[in-house]
Design a protein around this ligand. Structure first.
Ligand code: GDP
Length: 555
């Protein structure tokens, strides 16, 4: 149940087991995590399934045919869960492959969820950019790439659906380098496309991977042939035109494309590029192998005072990057997802909740393995653990948990909201209790912020979101999960500015009031955020600009 994580526990029999400890270096070194950024339909679900198949987590990946309907892409995974009777969460899937422990962090698929995505990317060490080979870059790819760039993540690009008629691979590469100002290191390159797609040329190993079509959902059978056996390659391809094209492409790759530069890749200045078909399981293995090889290890995290926290630090520390209500529809629960940054997490361990200073015993934590939702005994830097948020709510996005001396992580930057409105029940006699509970839990997820008008203590919250769709999701879920039909009554502001956010709330308000007295704040709507800090709402950029010139408010 929700409070289980925090229920007082009998003293553990051995104290040594729960002492703070550094993580074993080899456990840190073998961890790789990544988040996939892609446009809806590019094949994220399909690729995820295939990767799990490599991890031997699911013996035979079934085809999933369920589309998101209103809720974010969590429904992809939740639908998978239903369809196959296995437990998969939207937030992080873990599998073992080739000695590595891989954590795949899900990102929401909708354009309106860029803030949620940003937080997930802020907890990841690598990004995989999935591109539909028939379409090239699409709006959501562009938007999410922008987010990944802000986090300076290494980006691995997988160009998918080569088993369908595709754009010229060279054109795709040009698009990426021109639009994203990113050097492209070709690591695998397709041999043919559509009906004639035969496999990929592996530039790093100078060999080809030729595939024979197999039953859907099974690992494709593959033959790897070194370029030294050139005749055998021609023979196996059995298509003169394709063979000549391969010869030419190989020359071009070797002569004209930049070699992989590990440093540039790690800094996000270069992307390594792979081609294939997630559905046909072609080109996935060389991609995964390289990802294990080249992907960033769990990295250090910036702290507030210009220091960084290293994964090898001797105390446990982590931060909450995502909240999710009602994962299990049978229980009104809310999970807080914690990215482990340093030290060893052990079940039953006592940690300090940074924001409140409370001491908590983490009696239960979950981690999602390919096919099971498992209780976690131990977790190390780079892992994600799920903690039940007790009823009433304790955790918030950005919260630190730690043993030893206090740790203040750099805050996760948030996007400025652009749409605002009051959430109100639409039926007379609606349960205020359910309404309040739904508001508390859904808003704790952080996709939508809760504001209130200064001096107005009415029960209906003023919501602030980055996009309209987030309101629709709240309304939908209030109905579906809490049985309260609601509507959002929009107000016509488009810009929110936090005033003097570095000050405590009362001092920030004093600054606002001083400016107001001088007549500097005409046209502003006075609101406060959940911490009571002043947030001014404006109708347009012009008013903000004028104020920035007139009032000393750091808007
Ligand atoms: P998501 O929205 O990014 O999760 O995309 P899905 O994995 O649900 O895939 C969208 C559609 O594209 C589905 O119909 C998939 O079967 C199909 N698809 C995914 N990968 C491939 C591929 O490699 N080749 C082909 N032909 N279809 C694919």
């Amino acid at each position: 149940t929700a409070a289980a994580a925090l229920r007082p526990q009998p003293a553990p029999r051995t104290t040594t087991k729960l002492r703070a400890a550094a993580a074993p270096p080899d456990e840190i070194a073998r961890r790789r995590n990544f988040a996939i950024i892609s446009h809806p339909d590019a094949g994220k679900t399909t690729l995820t399934e295939k990767l799990l198949l490599y991890g031997d987590a699911i013996q035979q990946a079934g085809m999933v045919k369920a589309r998101a309907n209103g809720r974010d892409s969590t429904s992809d995974f939740l639908a998978m869960e239903k369809e196959r009777g296995i437990s998969i969460s939207s937030t992080c899937l873990t599998f073992e492959y080739g000695g590595a422990r891989i954590n795949l962090m899900d990102t929401p698929g909708h354009a309106d969820f860029s803030e949620d995505t940003y937080r997930t990317l802020s907890a990841a060490d690598n990004a995989v950019m999935l591109v539909d080979g028939g379409k090239g870059l699409e709006p959501q790819t562009r938007k999410l790439f922008g987010v990944a760039r802000r986090s300076n993540l290494p980006v691995f690009t997988f160009v998918n659906k080569l088993d369908r008629p595709a754009m010229s691979p060279w054109e795709v590469l040009d698009e990426i380098s021109a639009e994203f100002n990113l050097e492209t290191a070709v690591r695998t390159f397709p041999i043919g496309d559509g009906e004639r797609f035969r496999g990929v040329y592996d530039a790093a190993k100078d060999e080809v991977w030729l595939y024979t079509r197999t039953e859907r959902g099974k690992k494709a059978s593959v033959e790897r042939i070194s370029w030294e056996d050139r005749d055998e390659i021609s023979e196996k391809i059995g298509d003169e035109e394709l063979d000549a094209q391969l010869e030419e492409d190989r020359e071009m790759i070797r002569e004209l494309t930049p070699p992989l530069d590990d440093e540039k890749l790690k800094k996000g200045e270069m992307t390594s590029v792979y081609f294939g078909s997630a559905m046909g399981d072609q080109g996935v293995e060389p991609f995964l192998d390289e990802f294990i090889d080249l992907g960033s290890r769990p990295a250090s995290r910036p702290l507030r005072d210009d220091k960084t926290l290293e994964p090898s630090h001797s105390e446990f520390a982590g931060f909450v990057f995502k909240m999710q209500a009602n994962l299990d529809p049978k229980h009104r629960d809310c999970m807080a997802y914690v990215r482990v940054v340093s030290g060893t997490f052990r079940k039953g361990m006592k940690v300090i909740h940074g924001r409140t200073g409370r001491s908590l015993t983490l009696a239960t934590a979950t981690m999602l393995f390919g096919s099971d939702r498992d209780g976690v005994e131990e977790a190390f830097p780079g892992d994600v653990i799920g903690l039940n948020n007790p009823a009433g709510g304790l955790f918030q996005i950005g919260d630190a948990l730690h043993t030893g001396s206090s740790v203040a992580f750099e805050p996760i930057p948030s996007f400025s909201p652009e749409v605002f409105g009051y959430l109100r029940p639409t039926e007379v006699g609606a349960s205020r209790k359910s309404f309040a509970k739904g508001v508390d839990q859904l808003l704790a997820e952080g996709a939508v912020q809760r504001l209130k008008e200064r001096g107005n203590d009415g029960p209906d919250p003023l919501l602030a979101a980055v996009g309209e769709l987030q309101f629709e999701v709240v309304v939908d879920r209030m109905q579906g999960e809490y049985g309260v039909s609601c509507a959002v009554e929009r107000v016509s502001y488009t810009i929110a500015r936090w005033c003097r956010p570095e000050l405590p709330a009362d001092e920030a308000w004093a600054a606002v009031d001083a400016a107001k007295k001088e007549g500097a704040l005409t046209g502003a709507f006075y609101a406060e955020d959940m911490f009571g800090r002043p947030v001014l709402l404006f109708r347009n950029a012009y008013t903000v600009e004028r104020l920035e010139n007139d009032a000393d408010l750091d808007l």
